[in-house]
Design a protein around this ligand. Structure first.
Ligand SMILES: [Zn+2]
Ligand SMILES: [Zn+2]
Ligand SMILES: [Zn+2]
Ligand SMILES: [Zn+2]
Length: 225
């Protein structure tokens, strides 16, 4: 049991807290609590990871059907648990754990309003920074997204201001990347640098063309004689 706990913890660590957790694993409770009261999510807590269940299932083995509380787990958490403990159930050791998907609850969870998880992550980091006596000034990019969990993926892939954007001149050799609107500033400030890169690339290209031309000429000359 304690091994299991450690594994879920490690996994959470590997994936980082941000985009990643909504694909399969349960949702960070502290993040959901930013815009919801604990009464709202009390019934959605995964009994394995203690976070808000993603794709909730109810465990309803006949072995403990007399238990009062509803036994909710995130589907992924439960599957992982059963993989690691084939002859157990998260409630008590017995074979053949039985469960079913709770579609209506899934809908409720998907409709929970949450803040941008990247912003949440940034807030946490700022908080840690402040505790160490650092101030970040007000240059930080802010994502003010508030929306349903089910709309999150679209937000993170498209509209999120905390999404990393790469410089348009990447193919010319500029490695700059930044958050949100910072790219505009970069493009304005580094115009000369980018033109130089372009020019360099152009020169390289012309150089190569010239070389090819010379090679071609050589071949043609050889043919002549
Ligand atoms: Zn879970
Ligand atoms: Zn059971
Ligand atoms: Zn965002
Ligand atoms: Zn650039």
């Amino acid at each position: 049991m304690s091994d299991m706990k450690e594994e879920t913890m490690n996994e959470k660590h590997q994936s980082g807290v941000v985009p990643f957790f909504f694909e399969h694993s349960c949702f960070d409770k502290n993040w959901v609590l930013r815009l919801n009261s604990s009464e709202q999510i009390n019934h959605f807590i995964c009994l394995i990871c203690k976070q808000v269940a993603n794709s909730p299932v109810e465990i309803n083995c006949p072995q403990h059907e007399n238990m009062d509380e509803t036994l909710i787990a995130g589907e992924n958490c439960l599957k992982q648990f059963l993989n690691n403990n084939p002859h157990a159930c998260p409630v008590q050791p017995h074979d053949g754990c039985e469960y079913y998907k709770m579609k209506p609850m899934q809908r409720l969870i998907n409709d929970l309003i949450v803040m941008c998880p990247r912003q949440f992550q940034q807030d946490l980091q700022t908080l840690e920074g402040n505790e160490e006596g650092q101030t970040h000034g007000n240059t930080a990019v802010i994502c003010s997204f508030k929306g349903k969990i089910k709309d999150l993926k679209g937000h993170l892939d498209n509209a999120c201001t905390l999404k990393l954007s790469e410089c348009w001149f990447k193919s010319f050799g500029c490695d700059y990347s930044c958050l949100g609107h910072g790219l505009d500033t970069h493009l304005n400030e580094k115009m000369k640098h980018h033109f130089d890169l372009e020019e360099l690339k152009q020169l390289q290209l012309e150089n190569e063309q010239l070389k090819m031309q010379i090679d071609l000429d050589k071949k043609n000359n050889m043919k002549k004689y």
